[in-house]
Design a protein around this ligand. Structure first.
Ligand SMILES: [Zn+2]
Length: 163
């Protein structure tokens, strides 16, 4: 199932457009190499705004959960995604001032009359994910792993033994 949500970036900002939707993780194929599973979906909201310099901005929010692969134990790490991005459309990147280029509060995009919103959101997610996700506490895969980890069941078994 794949559909495209195309927006006119300039008009969307000028008219204060607003869109919400759901993205199936299974459809975000560029993320798949980073995931241990592609079940579930993410929610997004996109809002257009017009700046005082008469540029169009796009605010994007994405929430949901992704099954990332822990880079230490290689098991699933449920990652809560809370993405907020601010993008601003410009006719020509050479119009940007040095201050604007150095401003991290937003990114600039070339004006696009047929902007693929879900493609753009997928780009933003790729940029936002941690480069090397890890569980807070876990150990390397291998035979010593069970020794390094205290399972709640073994604690329970110990308690039962004392009772
Ligand atoms: Zn881990």
């Amino acid at each position: 199932m794949s559909r495209r949500v195309l927006i006119d970036g300039l008009a969307f900002g000028r008219e204060g457009g607003s869109l919400t939707g759901e993205l199936q993780v299974a459809a975000l194929t560029r993320l798949h190499d980073l995931l241990t599973g592609s079940a579930g979906s993410l929610r997004y909201r996109a809002e257009g705004r017009r700046t005082d310099r008469d540029r169009s901005q796009l605010h994007i929010e994405v929430t949901g959960s992704l099954s990332l692969c822990c880079q230490r134990c290689l098991e699933t790490l449920e990652y809560p995604l809370r993405l907020r991005s601010l993008l601003e459309f410009v006719d020509d990147e050479s119009d940007l001032t040095q201050d604007e280029l150095e401003d991290d509060s937003r990114d600039f995009l070339p004006v696009d009359k047929e902007l693929d919103l879900e493609q753009l959101i997928e780009d933003e997610i790729l940029l936002a994910l941690p480069p090397a996700p890890r569980h807070e506490a876990c150990s390397l895969p291998g035979p010593e792993r069970d020794l390094a980890r205290v399972s709640p069941f073994s604690v329970l078994a110990g308690l039962r033994g004392k009772a």
